[in-house]
Each structure stands twice: as structure tokens, then as C-alpha cells.
Design a protein around this ligand. Structure first.
Ligand code: SF4
Ligand code: SF4
Length: 607
């Protein structure tokens, strides 16, 4: 009955934090590469702020970002959970990342199991393994990491003494099903409060010596924890879901959790390093977004919009002086922060520089642009998303051309010479005129730059639209790969004569895989598994076809209003009828107002 704990107790008794123990214990099963251990130690030496505890006093917890260290260390969610767990008195949270190609080859060559950064301990020696999942394309990395760590990929094959694999983050929140074969428990929504409850239940179960399945059932009783093995998916003849049946003991709905008082949870970089994508000291100003862009998963899955109070942010800024890094303000739309000008003044007043994750051109201020420019910003990024007024009405973007010109004017006046515009193609109800409108808008903005003799670069960043769960467009088909390729060709041909307009585009092939994973069901979990066995992402499409599943079914059909979706077991707070009303409004080009105090429209603020 209590087999699950036996290996853990044994490893604790032996002090499994020591490398000596690892070498001794692994002699029969693993060989550890000194080169890899040395690399990890060097990486750790270049960090400030990581946690280290004497071996054996705390339960180990593996926190994994399923991409490289370089990318993962710029993920604020990872820092938040890392600090939260290590601030407990019973848990030692250590980090893992996907090794870089050369490192991975060394792991394979030397037969070394994947090692943690802090103590270079093999992954399989951790009783809990948690993935922070932000992007669908990282699902392949999750499987690779489990393989490298010698952890069974399939949850049902993990015995009583195997690690418990959990996952959280945006992808887990909007549709966990494509990972359901591999993950024992998902954290739905924001993790600050749920993870504490998770750990308390875990330690309580450990004390009582309950079995793995009893532990999972106990976790299923916690709000915001979803245990996929406790649900049966029943399919109709046409391939759609006929029912999602909770097994005995499982709740009929799993409710997304969100932090009501952000001030209670200041969120900032915990471990600093030079070796990361953005090399910023991240500070979160706000969560959620009240702008209601109809394509935006984050706008629906992280409601309601909440701001941290200025004094709490000011304290984080003040504390950040020690690190002498540029401050990266994090939030869905930084310019919507009500006291953004004051915050800019605070940051510069502390002798620091700043950067922002994103801003909206209809709320950007002169002070914000000036502060970014004086912080060394060379390229101002704006996100009209669509070229035509009509398409911006469909997606409820809520910005007009004059906002773009105003933001460009502020940027030029502040000495910024380069601009980047984000557009999506293949949006719902898109016509050839909408595509032409992207070109026209780009040329108008280019003319505006040229009129002032500003010869910087105008870059168009083009992303194929991928419909996401829990948005009003979850019912709609995605544009075909060929269609998207054609649009890209039209855009590239149109801007070719202008050497100061550049286009960068996300690969339509990658968007295709992303599209299937985003709205995939449990059967896609099997495809992922088979593709991984075959060699990874490049085998995904072939594997899908080989399993008899039809890509048209996942990508290219309009779903019936009442169709049961794989993610329908989750309750993110937005009523389904509200989302469908938003779809109808999109078809009628009707606007939706942003969130306001006292609003009860979507359901999130009614609870
Ligand atoms: S402004 Fe629109 S696109 Fe940006 S986070 Fe908010 S809802 Fe999403
Ligand atoms: S109920 Fe209203 S204010 Fe609250 S999240 Fe929904 S739309 Fe926004």
C-alpha cells in the first residue's frame, strides 16, 4: 500500500543530495558525465539568488521549463513557483531545462540521466516533477526531457515508486488533454495558492503512507487540480466527444484558480543570470487583460484583469537596484496600468532602465515611450493584428489607424527609428481586401517615417492565426497551410520593392502542429507519444495520418454550437454562452466594451 514512499524514504536516509551518493547509487544503472556536472556547476556559479539546502532535510521537487535554460530563465512563472516552494520549510525545489543540442548529445553519449541544476541529481530521483508549460510546441520537449530523465512517459506505467508528474501554466489551463497520457495532475489557473494546497495534501498523504491512486484522488478534491486519469472520454461515431465521464470520487467540474489580491504575491525575478533571453529583472505589474480581443487566449483564461498597487511595485523596483539590470515590466498590456507614468519615473529615478513586455497603442503615453527610449530601446513594437478596420472589428482589437500613427509619432519624437508591427493572417472571415489592407497600412506608416526622413526599418511580424480553446473563435476552422502560404507570398511580393520594409513570419507548418495541439483531444496524446517514439516533431503529421485521425477534423471544420470540447471539464469562469455570443458579435462586427467595475457579463466576477 505504501510502496510509493519507500524509495523516497530510502533516498532521504542516504542523503541523496550528495554527488557521492549519486555515483554510488547509480553505479549499476547510470553513469554520470563529469563534463555535464561541471557545466551545470559553472552555470550555477554564474547565477545569483538560487536556493541551496543541506541534503536530506527537505523533500526534493523538480521544476522543469521544457525549453532551454536561455529561454526558461526569462519565464517569470518559473521564478514565482521556484521561490514559493523553496520558501516552505519542507521542500527543496531544483530546476531542470531541456539541454542544448551539444549537451543533449553528451547526455546520450555518456548515458547520464538528466541532472538538476542545483545539486546535479538525476530527475528520476525526484518524487515530484512539475512542468511549467507556456507553448504547445514544447510538448515534444516534455517527452524528450522525461526520456532523458529515465522517467516512464506514460502515467499509467509509472509504479508506486515512480515520480508524480504534474504540469501547470497557460497550456495546462486552456487544454490539458494532449498531455493527458503523460501527466498525473494538472494545475488549472494561477499556481500560487493551489501549489501550497497541493504540497500540503502531498505531505499529508506521505505521512499516512497512502498509495499513489489514493493520493491522486485526494488531489482531485482540491479546487484547481485536474487528474485526467479520473475521467473517461466517450466518442461518438463522427469522432466528436459524446461525453466526459468523471469516475467515482472525481469532481464533475474543475475550477480555474486565480489570485484575487495580487499585492499578497509580489512577483519578480528570483534568480539572476546573464545567460538568458531577455537579460532583464522582471517585475509583474498586472495579470489578466480586460480588452476582450476575441482571438486572445490570455484575455479569457486569466480574467479578471488585476493590477498590483504602485507601492508594492515600487518596493520591487527599489529592491531590484542591487542587480543593476534593466527592469522588464510584465503584464498583458503594460500601458493600461493606471499609474504607468509614475512607475516610469520611479524606475528611472532609481537609476535603472526599463523595458516592457507589450503595450497598446491606444493607451501608450509620451512618458512611457520617452522612458523606453532613454533606456536604450531601438525598436518600438505595436500590435494592430489586422490591417483593415473591418478585421479589427471582428477581432475586437479596439484600435484605429490614428492610434498607430500617434504611437509612431511619439516614438520618432523620442528618437526611436525602428518599428515592428504584429499582424495575424488567416483570421476568421478574412477576405483578400483584408490582406491588401495590411500592405496599405504598412506603406502608409512607411510613408510617415519617410516624410520625416527617418530611415529606420519597418518590420512586419506575421503570424498565422491559431484558434484557441476558451475564446469565441474556438468553434471556428483554421486557415489551411496552402492558403496561409499564398497570403505570405502576396505580402512578401508587395513589400519587396521597399527595402525599408522587412517581413518575418512564423512557419505555417509549425502553426499547423500548434493548431492541432491547441484544440486536440486525448487521442492527440497518443499521436504525440507515437511521434516521439518515431523521432519527434517532424514525424507528427505523418504519425497523425498513420493513426487514422483526420487533420481536417481538428483544424478545418466549424464546430456545432453545442459540441462537447475536450477542455469542457474545466471551468475557467467565462460562461460558454458568453463566448458564443462574442462569436456572433464578431460575425456582425459588433464591438465589446472592456472590463469595468461592477460588470458581471462573462461570469468571472460573479463568483
Ligand atoms: S490587449 Fe488584447 S491581445 Fe493584448 S492581452 Fe489584452 S486581450 Fe490579449
Ligand atoms: S465579469 Fe465583466 S469585468 Fe469581470 S472579467 Fe468578465 S467581462 Fe471582465
Amino acid at each position: 500500500m505504501d510502496l510509493f514512499w519507500q524509495k523516497r524514504e530510502k533516498t532521504e536516509d542516504m542523503g541523496n543530495g550528495s554527488l557521492l551518493w549519486a555515483i554510488f547509487h547509480e553505479a549499476e544503472e547510470h553513469i554520470l558525465s563529469w563534463k555535464l556536472i561541471e557545466n551545470l556547476r559553472q552555470r550555477l556559479k554564474s547565477e545569483e539568488g538560487y536556493y541551496a539546502f543541506p541534503a536530506g532535510l527537505r523533500e526534493r521537487f523538480a521544476l522543469i521549463y521544457p525549453n532551454s535554460y536561455f529561454v526558461g530563465m526569462s519565464n517569470l512563472g518559473l521564478h514565482i513557483i521556484y521561490a514559493l516552494l523553496n520558501e516552505r520549510t519542507d521542500t527543496a525545489c531544483e530546476r531542470f531545462f531541456l539541454p542544448e543540442r551539444k549537451e543533449e548529445m553528451e547526455y546520450v553519449r555518456s548515458r547520464t540521466p538528466l541532472l538538476s541544476l542545483e545539486t546535479q541529481t538525476p530527475l528520476s530521483e525526484f518524487p515530484i516533477i512539475a512542468f511549467a508549460v507556456s507553448f504547445e510546441m514544447d510538448y515534444f520537449n516534455i517527452l524528450r526531457i522525461l526520456e532523458l530523465g529515465r522517467v516512464s512517459l506514460l502515467a499509467e506505467e509509472r509504479g508506486e515508486d515512480a515520480p508524480l508528474v504534474i504540469a501547470g501554466g497557460p497550456c495546462a489551463t486552456f487544454n490539458p488533454e494532449p498531455l493527458s497520457l503523460f501527466v498525473d495532475a494538472f494545475i488549472i489557473g494561477e499556481g500560487e495558492e493551489t501549489m501550497q494546497k497541493f504540497m500540503d495534501i502531498y505531505y499529508d498523504a506521505k505521512k499516512k503512507g497512502v498509495s499513489r491512486s489514493e493520493l491522486l484522488k485526494a488531489l482531485a478534491g482540491v479546487q484547481g487540480i485536474y487528474i485526467p486519469s479520473l475521467y473517461r472520454h466517450v466518442y461518438a461515431q463522427n469522432g466528436t466527444l459524446a461525453a466526459i465521464e468523471p469516475l467515482p470520487g472525481a469532481p464533475s467540474r474543475v475550477y480555474r484558480q486565480w489570485v484575487h489580491d495580487l499585492d499578497a504575491y509580489p512577483a519578480h525575478t528570483v534568480v539572476t543570470t546573464e545567460n538568458t533571453e531577455f537579460n532583464l529583472y522582471l517585475i509583474e505589474t498586472a495579470r489578466g487583460c480586460g480588452r476582450h480581443c476575441r482571438f486572445c487566449m490570455a484575455g479569457y483564461c486569466f480574467r479578471r484583469p488585476r493590477n498590483r498597487s504602485l507601492p508594492v511595485i515600487e518596493k520591487m523596483v527599489h529592491d531590484a537596484r542591487h542587480y543593476k539590470k534593466r527592469i522588464g515590466l510584465m503584464g498583458a498590456a503594460i500601458s493600461d496600468y493606471p499609474e504607468i507614468d509614475m512607475l516610469c519615473r520611479d524606475i528611472l529615478g532609481e537609476g535603472l532602465s526599463m523595458s516592457v513586455a507589450s503595450f497598446r497603442v491606444d493607451s501608450v503615453t509620451k512618458e512611457l515611450v520617452d522612458s523606453l527610449s532613454s533606456s536604450g530601446l531601438k525598436t518600438l513594437t505595436m500590435a494592430p493584428e489586422a490591417g483593415s478596420k473591418r478585421m479589427r472589428a471582428i477581432i475586437n482589437k479596439g484600435i484605429e489607424e490614428e492610434h498607430l500613427f500617434k504611437a509612431m509619432e511619439l516614438g520618432l519624437a523620442a528618437g526611436i527609428r525602428n518599428f515592428r508591427l504584429y499582424f495575424m493572417i488567416g483570421l476568421p472571415m478574412e477576405t483578400p481586401e483584408d490582406v491588401q489592407a495590411i500592405i496599405q497600412l504598412a506603406y502608409k506608416l512607411r510613408d510617415y517615417m519617410d516624410a520625416g526622413h527617418h530611415n529606420g526599418m519597418l518590420t512586419l511580424s506575421i503570424n498565422p492565426f491559431v484558434p484557441k480553446p476558451f475564446t469565441p473563435f474556438q468553434w471556428l476552422p483554421m486557415a489551411g497551410q496552402a492558403e496561409v502560404q499564398d497570403i505570405l507570398k502576396i505580402l512578401r511580393t508587395a513589400v519587396k520593392p521597399c527595402k525599408n520594409i522587412d517581413i518575418i513570419a512564423e512557419s505555417p507548418r509549425e502553426s499547423y502542429v500548434q493548431g492541432i495541439l491547441a484544440r486536440g483531444d486525448r487521442r492527440i496524446s497518443q499521436v504525440l507519444y507515437a511521434a516521439q517514439q518515431a523521432g519527434g516533431v517532424k514525424f507528427f503529421q505523418r504519425t497523425l495520418r498513420g493513426t487514422g485521425l483526420n487533420e481536417d477534423f481538428y483544424l478545418y471544420r466549424r464546430r456545432a454550437e453545442e459540441e462537447i470540447f475536450p477542455w469542457d471539464i474545466l471551468d475557467i469562469g467565462c460562461r460558454r454562452e458568453y463566448l458564443y455570443e462574442e462569436l456572433i458579435k464578431a460575425e456582425k462586427l459588433q464591438p465589446t466594451l472592456q472590463c469595468f467595475d461592477g460588470c458581471r457579463r462573462c461570469g468571472v466576477c460573479s463568483g
